[in-house]
Design a protein around this ligand. Sequence first.
Ligand SMILES: C[S@@+](CC[C@H](N)C(=O)[O-])C[C@H]1O[C@@H](n2cnc3c(N)ncnc32)[C@H](O)[C@@H]1O
Length: 252
Amino acid sequence: MRRLNVIGIGAGDPEYLTVQAVEALNRTDVFFFTDKGEDKSELLHLRSEICERYAGRGQYRIVEIPDPQRDLAEPMYGHAVGEWHEKRAVLWGKLLESELADRDVGAFLVWGDPAFYDSTLRIFDLVQARTTCEFELEVIPGISAIQALAARHKISLTQIGGSLIITTGRQLLNGWPEGATDVVVMLDAHCSFRELDDSLSIYWGAFLGTDDEILVSGTIADCGAQIEEVRSAARKRKGWIFDTYLLRQQER
Ligand SMILES: C[S@@+](CC[C@H](N)C(=O)[O-])C[C@H]1O[C@@H](n2cnc3c(N)ncnc32)[C@H](O)[C@@H]1O
């Protein structure tokens, strides 16, 4: 039976790789690189660097998986995402069958941890449901941007006995989640925190774990405008941005 590892590679610093991830990289015969059509060449470069540094004693192949065409007129939510995943599942199934021999080990490298806002595992569920391709799957956890954010700000994400909500900028535009005290926000293209009560504390981080890392913290009233400015300048300079933040309501 062919084996497939989905390996979390951490969210920025190559040294976020765990010992388990390095061992899995070393056992890999074929790396499957997905091209999501994003212009984040630095991320692609980091992926190749990780393979060169840690993988397979040089005895591996890389197979690039092109992304199926998607309907750019449709926003990538709901139906459009579902259809796009179906197309990817069929393509991935075919490639796994043609590129991985019995007993070969394949690997997909996932930014951060595969458990957070990443479709790789969902697509593998579809590959198993929709195609004849058989494989044994293993998931190697990685250090997510969420953990990197907490470590770099030197904070715990949870207050004593409290809950943590992880959400997106888009969801946050619907308002502060009921009953929440601590909310981690990812995938926010619009500084959605600007719509909220400005007495909330914010711990913001961009390009965490990289040489370009930026950290800002304070109340939204004190540093919301600064974050917007710094974010927009960094995005302009690099052409893209990855940022994550914690919003905290102090317990009364
Ligand atoms: C598609 S999600 C992938 C999350 C990833 N699986 C993880 O565990 O971190 C991409 C979002 O993760 C966050 N992110 C990923 N890497 C980051 C980094 N180095 N610094 C700040 N935010 C990051 C940003 O919110 C970005 O929009």
